[in-house]
Design a protein around this ligand. Structure first.
Ligand SMILES: [Zn+2]
Length: 384
């Protein structure tokens, strides 16, 4: 007896299959699963299923005074099974964030800010005394399955007079744990060339398609040599759209040169969720449809690629033995206008529309099925 069988699920390659879930894991994938199940969800080969979407860059510590949101609003209610809070929280607040995160239906992870104060103000690295290595190490040890990475923000407004120093410190602090390090780039100094040359395989440059002075292209619109070398070393490119950090022009130039981000993420928090230009991870993914990316590449960027880069071993794939985190969605044929962080608009004829999100296959908890009005109209229902 399975906990849940999803019948006639359309995969991103348009093949159709059944998926059986038991004790929070995917246990069978087959054309026609006939064994008994507690619940059956028939998608009638109309709706898509992928591994649960993972948003590698969000802000969801509700008590942050500047970048705050609720994990489930940006998570399961938006089709996202796992969210990574990218440095809203430092060592001083991580205990409280952990407690809040445990109440969410969404999987919540933290990239711990190297500044112990986190984002309680914009310039968290202006005073090097706010980096407390002993306290930082203590929290990494305390929350090994919750803190899955390290965040350092390297732009002028954040580091003040400290230049590149916080990044040198972060690379040193990373050594003990080997966790991925995410680097925010924005306004210079420090210069992107100086930042990129310090990074090693697995480090993540977020806001990779920003249109600010510290963008990946030089004044002649050529890819900076430092970024070429970084990509060759295995440095990761992450979108981190946000209110200020995604430019269609940069993304289009990158596409022409066959430069793709490894992960598509939102940098979402309440303000850019409600007022745009982010709105949701699905909305950010839709922007890559109008950039000419394949559906497969977009889905990989929020599933398998994200899971590998974040070292989430049992996530990101629809395969037997993997966690039963699934996103059910439509690719709706419709004309929509999409705006980047610089107010530039592009048109798309297709849109990712999340319908439901399943986390750890907990089919017995209806709250885990967040079916939008859209989905209800399409007749998406869970039957016993
Ligand atoms: Zn951010």
């Amino acid at each position: 007896m399975y906990d849940l069988v999803i019948k006639n699920a359309k995969l991103i390659n348009d093949s159709v299959t059944d998926i059986a879930i038991y004790l929070g894991k995917i246990v069978k994938i087959d054309k026609n699963i006939t064994e008994q199940s507690q619940r059956v969800l028939d998608l009638h080969a109309k709706h898509y299923v992928s591994a649960g979407w993972i948003d590698s860059h969000t802000h969801c510590f509700a008590r942050s005074p500047i970048y705050h949101d609720e994990p489930d609003l940006i998570g399961v209610k938006s089709g996202v099974a796992s969210v990574v809070d990218a440095g809203s929280v430092g060592a001083l607040d991580i205990d409280e964030f952990y407690q809040l995160a445990q109440q969410a239906n969404t999987n919540v992870y933290s990239f711990l800010n190297i500044s112990k104060i986190g984002l309680i103000r914009q310039n968290e690295l202006a005073d090097m005394n706010d980096i407390d290595v002993a306290l930082f190490d203590d929290k990494l040890t305390k929350y090994p399955n919750f803190i899955i990475g390290i965040k350092v923000r390297m732009s002028r407004s954040v580091v003040g007079e400290n230049g590149i120093l916080p990044l040198i410190k972060a690379k040193d602090m990373q050594k003990k744990s080997g966790l991925p390090l995410m680097i925010h780039v924005g306004n210079n100094p420090p210069e992107l060339d100086e930042i990129a040359d310090i990074l090693t395989a697995g480090d993540i440059i977020t806001h990779c398609f920003n249109g600010k002075p510290n963008q990946i292209f030089d004044k002649q619109n050529n890819l900076r040599d430092s970024i070429k070398r970084a990509i060759a070393r295995g440095v990761i490119l992450d979108i981190g759209h946000g209110g200020e950090s995604f430019s269609f022009a940069v993304a289009e130039r990158a596409k022409c040169l066959d430069i793709y981000p490894n992960t598509i993420s939102s940098d979402i928090y309440s303000k850019n969720r409600l007022q745009g230009p982010v709105f949701s991870l699905a909305n950010v993914m839709t922007k890559f449809i109008c950039l000419g990316y394949s559906r497969q590449r977009i889905i990989d960027s929020v599933t398998i690629n994200a899971a590998q880069i974040l070292h989430l071993e049992n996530k990101g794939k629809l395969e037997i033995g993997y966690d039963a985190d699934l996103t059910i969605f439509d690719i709706k044929q419709t004309d929509i206008s999409l705006m980047d962080s610089e107010g530039k608009v592009r048109q798309s004829h297709e849109q990712f529309v999340p319908l439901a999100c399943i986390v750890a296959g907990k089919a017995e908890n209806p709250a885990l099925f967040e079916i939008t009005e859209e989905g209800s109209k399409n007749g998406l229902r869970i039957s016993n």
